[in-house]
Design a protein around this ligand. Structure first.
Ligand code: GLU
Length: 541
């Protein structure tokens, strides 16, 4: 019998949702669904300097857009809420008081400078700082208090090895010498991630924690807190890291790296040397900020994005927002992330969440890093462009047009649906589709020379004039009427259909390639279609 499992996704709102988080949220949701359990969303906003409400609402919106909805969490209240850690501070204090009372935690008074000195000393001796309780006199504590110092609270960690039996990786042991008395509550009164995560996972009845492998060593710390509290820990599983194509961990920093490379390439090509005045002028950013960015003291995504725009280079796709702006479909993003770390037994690759729920198996999650491949991602999206129902696709396209302020936003819904039906198999994303369909927005400013020679000799011109007249006379220009009219003109002139259709295509698009004539005509609209024919006829004289 399957035991219903409660799982959770617990993002820190310090930036926008990384695609790696999509995979974590998805796997958690799949497991809950497969076992008849519940999937929770919890916002871990205890890092006051780095968390923002804007990031939190962005993450919530991205998850909803992806269809990774939760059973309990923001806007889905339950008895174990609230689901923002910043609203749970009293509970952390209560648990902390019990740890202090039982002697499993203690106050420590070192300030940043003292800790830095301790760290340096440890490093000089060839080790990282492993903080252990130090004896301080009551008088000293009084003096620090008088100075206005505020203590942190640390766990009195038992000095012993900790073994964690990972559901994906198997048993992992960390030796006592690698552990220390880490901080549970910071001097600002806020709990650390380690402490809050334990209290919440316990209070929310979480049975299984899935998260990225970068958290593996944290799990051992958490186990020490569970032990101190006498609580049963949830099982935990750590998902393989996701690498970018260059073999390093896929991170928001990749954007800064690519932007820096572009700046260097531009500087080298135009003998700017190290002077950044040109870049300041181009971006409107202060030279000092740019210098910090180039010196890697600042990896600002906003700076990288602005530089990339001005230098016209594409930044890597890292955050869900990047994929969204490029016109990826949520179904495709979820699908591609599912396969970064897991493969189906029968090799099937294009799977909806429902289908994934049938085949997903935690025991088959890979142990080693996965590599994100943008070409594959685009292929996957192309598959979803044709797999989705026309209605569903049209809804996504409408939203994308609004998001990117695309001129297609001003088209009618019917016309957009027609565009999709004609172009969805020719483009792998909405951004590509919009480029392919630009000719409907802007008339060609010239016509392909070879096409003019081939299709618009004497016979072609005659055909174009004849079809112009016939189309101009139409009162009803439904696609069926338009195609019958073109066919009738061809027949009347004793020409094959292509001899009439190709000159029309050149007139419409500037090149002899387009969807079927009646579709192209409908997409342009009568007025624009006829005017394009007139322009070409005038050009041919
Ligand atoms: N807030 C942590 C993060 O975003 C969550 C880690 C966990 O799942 O415990 O990395």
């Amino acid at each position: 019998m399957t035991v219903p499992l409660r799982t959770r996704f617990a993002p820190s709102p310090t930036g926008s949702l990384h695609v790696g988080g999509v995979r974590t949220a998805l796997y958690c949701r799949l497991v809950a669904r497969q076992t008849g359990g519940r999937f929770l969303l919890r916002i871990e906003d205890t890092d006051r300097a780095r968390s923002t409400e804007e990031a939190a609402s962005g993450i919530v919106a991205d998850l909803r857009w992806l269809g990774l909805t939760w059973d309990e969490g923001p806007d889905a209240p339950s008895a174990c809420g609230p689901f923002f850690q910043s609203q749970r501070l009293e509970r952390y204090d209560e648990v902390l008081r019990s740890l202090l009372a039982s002697g499993h935690a203690y106050e420590a008074w070192e300030d940043a400078a003292e800790l830095a000195a301790m760290r340096q000393a440890a490093e000089a001796a060839g080790d990282a700082l492993r903080y252990r309780r130090r004896q301080v006199s009551a008088a000293q504590v009084e003096a620090w208090k008088a100075e206005g110092r505020r203590p942190v609270v640390r766990l009195a960690a038992p000095n012993k090895d900790v073994t964690h039996d990972d559901v994906i990786l198997g048993p992992v042991t960390v030796e006592a010498a690698q552990l220390d008395d880490f901080v549970l509550r910071k001097a600002d009164g806020f709990p650390t991630y380690h402490f809050a995560v334990v209290v919440d996972d316990h209070d929310m009845g979480i049975d299984l924690v899935l998260r990225g492998q970068e958290h593996l060593m944290n799990t051992h710390k958490h186990l020490q807190i569970y032990e101190a509290l006498g609580w049963t820990p949830p099982r935990a599983g750590h998902l393989p890291l996701i690498f970018n194509p260059t073999g390093t961990k896929m991170s928001k920093r990749d954007k800064a790296r690519v932007a820096r490379e572009a700046v260097r390439a531009k500087a080298a090509a135009s003998s700017h040397g190290k002077d950044l005045a040109w870049l300041a002028e181009l971006t409107g950013l202060p030279v000092a900020e740019l210098a910090a960015f180039m010196a890697k003291t600042n990896d600002g995504v906003a700076t990288a994005t602005l530089i990339a725009q001005r230098l016209n280079v594409a930044l890597p796709l890292i955050e869900v927002a990047d994929f969204r702006m490029q016109g990826f479909l949520p179904e495709a993003i979820v699908n591609m992330m599912a396969l970064l770390g897991f493969g189906t037994e029968d090799g099937r690759e294009v799977l909806s969440q429902e289908e994934l729920a049938e085949v997903f198996d935690l025991r088959r999650v890979n142990l080693t890093a996965a590599r994100f491949d943008e070409t594959k991602a685009r292929w996957m999206n192309g598959q979803w462009m044709v797999r989705l129902s026309p209605d569903a696709l049209a809804k996504h396209f409408e939203a994308w047009c609004a998001l990117t302020d695309s001129p297609f936003a001003r088209w009618t819904a019917d016309r957009r649906t027609r565009l999709l039906e004609n172009y969805k198999a020719r483009a792998s994303t909405f951004a590509e589709l919009a480029v392919a369909a630009r000719a409907y927005l802007v008339a060609p400013d010239s016509w392909d020379e070879a096409a003019l020679r081939k299709h618009l000799g004497i016979e072609g011109r005659q055909a174009l004039s004849a079809v112009r007249a016939a189309l101009g006379d139409l009162e009803d220009d439904a696609p069926a009427t338009v195609s019958a009219t073109v066919a009738a003109v061809a027949e009347r002139l004793g020409l094959g259909l292509g001899k009439v259709a190709q000159p029309l295509r050149v007139a419409f698009m500037g090149v002899p390639v387009s969807p079927p004539i009646e579709e192209t005509y409908a997409l342009l609209g009568r007025e624009e279609a006829l005017s394009r024919i007139d322009r070409l006829l005038a050009h041919l004289g």
